[in-house]
Write a protein that binds this ligand. Structure first.
Ligand code: SAH
Length: 237
């Protein structure tokens, strides 16, 4: 019997083997190692975060026409007006969320799956990753792109991430890849004691990274550097 899905799955699996950043004449592992070296020079200190970024093939999450730019420190379009975040921002936010913990995080919630790249990086650092996306075509695409990596600890959810994801709460890490005027109450409610949330929030004419830690005595907010993320929108499409 002919299985129409088979060639598609095979093609996706091949993609990770065959797509190489072109124009540099280098193997993707080498180009990725250079990206990680630059992250180190830019001040990323958490070795576990660096190791996770070394492992995940960022080029496989972007259109093949953009694969030659996949290891530059730049955001790239992933369709529907959305972008894959730049590597230095992914590394910085995850480092901030981990807060220097040696032990792996147990459960992490990501808002804004996009193409699934950051979810794959998070999967190296947490026992379970729940990632929510409000745009169905991106949710579906992320599932396809993640399949060849066989990450059994990533759960993709189609829905409005402003509501968090109650069924798996509480989370000891929450990370948002889209920024709104304020932090949705559900995220704070779903943050475990000892948990850390990192998200872009609109301040003045721009956005800043906000870190919220839930301690035994309550929530502690700190504001960090300016960032530029796509807007956090409501509802699903
Ligand atoms: N983490 C992604 C970045 C994707 S860009 C990566 O590694 O590539 C941010 C994503 O947030 C977009 O796909 C956008 O559709 C999504 N988004 C915006 N508002 C959202 C919401 N309320 N719930 C879920 N996803 C949302």
């Amino acid at each position: 019997m002919i299985s129409p899905q088979r060639p598609v799955q095979d093609a996706l699996r091949e993609r990770f083997r065959e797509v190489r950043p072109v124009g540099l004449g280098l193997d993707s592992d080498l180009v990725r190692a250079r990206m990680v070296e630059r992250l180190r020079q830019q001040g990323v200190r958490d070795e576990q975060v660096l190791a996770a970024m070394l492992k995940i093939p960022r080029h496989a999450f972007v259109d093949s026409a953009l694969a030659n730019q996949a290891y530059e420190d730049t955001a790239l379009p992933i369709g529907l007006g959305q972008t894959i975040s730049k590597p230095s921002v992914v590394a910085r936010m995850i480092e901030l969320m981990c807060g220097g913990r040696a032990a792996p995080l147990s459960r992490v919630l990501e808002i804004g799956t996009g193409c699934g790249y950051q979810a794959a990086v998070l999967a190296q650092l947490a026992r379970q990753v729940i990632s929510v996306e409000r745009l169905k075509p991106l949710h579906d695409r992320a599932r396809e792109l993640l399949a060849p990596l066989r990450l059994h600890n990533v759960r993709l959810v189609y829905g409005d991430g402003r509501l968090g994801h109650g069924p798996n709460a509480p989370y000891d890490g929450i990370i948002a890849a889209a920024g709104g005027d304020e932090l949705p109450a559900a995220w704070l409610d779903q943050l475990a004691v000892g948990g850390r949330l990192v998200a872009p929030v609109v301040r003045g004419g721009g956005q800043v990274l906000v870190l919220v830690e839930r301690t035994e005595r309550g929530l502690v907010h700190t504001e960090h550097e300016a960032v530029h993320f796509v807007p956090l929108k409501s509802g699903t499409t």
